[in-house]
Design a binder for this molecule. Sequence first.
Ligand code: FAD
Ligand code: NAI
Length: 464
Amino acid sequence: MAEYDYDVLVIGAGPGGYVAAIRAAQLGLKTACAESRETLGGTCLNVGCIPSKALLHASELFEEASHGALAKFGVEIEGAKLNLDQMHAEKAKAVGELTGGIEYLFKKNKVTWLKGKAAFQDSSTVTVGDQTVTARDIVIATGSVVTPLPGVEIDQKVVVDSTGALALPKVPEHLVVIGGGVIGLELGSVWRRLGAKVTVVEYLDQILPGFDGEVRKESAKLFKKQGMELKTSTKVTGVTVEGDRATVSVEPAAGGAAETLSADAVLVAIGRKPNIDGLNLEAAGVKLTDRGQVAIDHDFATNVDGIWAIGDVAPGLMLAHKAEDEGVAVAENIAGQTGIVNHDVIPSVVYTMPEIAGVGLSEEAAKEKGEVKVGKFPFMANSRAKTNRDTDGFVKVIADAKTDRVLGVWIISSLAGTMIAQAAQAMEFGATSEDIAYTCHAHPTHAEALKEAAMAVQGKPIHI
Ligand code: FAD
Ligand code: NAI
């Protein structure tokens, strides 16, 4: 039998890779994880989920303190001012604590961190920096990178991607965001709250593709109310930079009169693509899908025996929790157990204010599969939202018309990201809308709106 340096080598220490490595080690496998960044945690911890949420939280506090939003509660603040350097420093502290935490977990679980860029030599041999290692099983978890916009050069000064937008040294006067998706809306919200004029240019006729139609419309209304300019059905035809200003040329997506937008910052956020750069997958014979993702089967196995792929580099939603769950499952499969991820029940959350969350099918997608019943409940009629003066949004429950099984739940609310977990759990257990309606929910909570929306599926909500 062949001797390997490791039972398992994971390439990439993002939420997919570090979780896979820890679980593999927990299952008694000799495990290493190759990571070329200076710190562990991948995109999510270093330049994604974590720093963006830190800035979303801080900018929300600033907006509340500086715009008199607290005065109606009797909290009067005068002279609130922005210290952007301190905001960035606190963000860096959170990132440092969390990436350091992964390093601690690696040590605790005896996962070896191989520092450097990994490249396949053959199906069980990989070089990492200047060392060569062999492993019986190899997990590709190299994540994703920003999709470039042809003809638009990212200089990380005036024209930035999400990484640059998380570290702007001053608040732009006018930030033009190209792409009305999750990154554009989250980071656009951060800089708008800190004082920038924000214009979002979106190619499609609605922001947030993939979300429920009604949710997309209502979200757009709320962002506009907050002062964000949304230019939908609009395409960017070019960006030129002169000194510290950019000129963004746009025209209607369907063709028509062109116009230009002058900006001191442009954020390109038109999606992300799988990261297979420099991996030398050809040496291992690993096949890709026609969209450039590493092709896998239901068990996360590639076409090559002993090579697996998870997270953003593989097909499916590009979300940290999807990557993490796949990390657990792939390690369990490698260990001979049965690792499963239910890809039909992966929640998505946009961490704006209010938050926008969904799990399962949109009403449009559900209707394509058969007859549905829909129940909706507005936060305007939820007592806790009323006490908090926090009544934007609604809950929408979509159920199969015949079986009543819940097919999708959508929430716009300050607490949507937390509330969606209950919906995901209910759906994981195959709940009907009646199951949710007859589950006792604590009063007064935002969560009662989910119960009422489920009651509305039967046409019998109480509080509206
Ligand atoms: P990654 O996190 O991308 O990690 C891959 C790692 O592999 C990287 O550290 C990379 O350096 C390393 N690597 C790549 N190639 C090699 C190689 N050849 N050798 C060695 N190492 C290599 N998702 C959410 O669920 N919630 C959020 O709030 C959220 N916010 C986000 C905000 C932003 C601004 C961005 C950009 C993304 C956000 N995401 C969020 C998405 C989330 O970050 C990704 O879905 C997640 O990080 C994917 O995890 P992963 O393990 O597949 O890959
Ligand atoms: P996205 O796919 O969410 O949105 C990109 C948007 O750009 C789409 O609306 C698309 O129609 C639009 N677009 C594409 N080409 C365009 C063009 N040429 N001109 C104008 N608009 C154009 O991608 P985004 O925002 O870059 O985020 C990438 C991924 O990162 C997300 O899909 C998500 O998986 C992940 N992410 C998740 C977060 C979360 O869970 N809260 C936060 C941030 C990112």
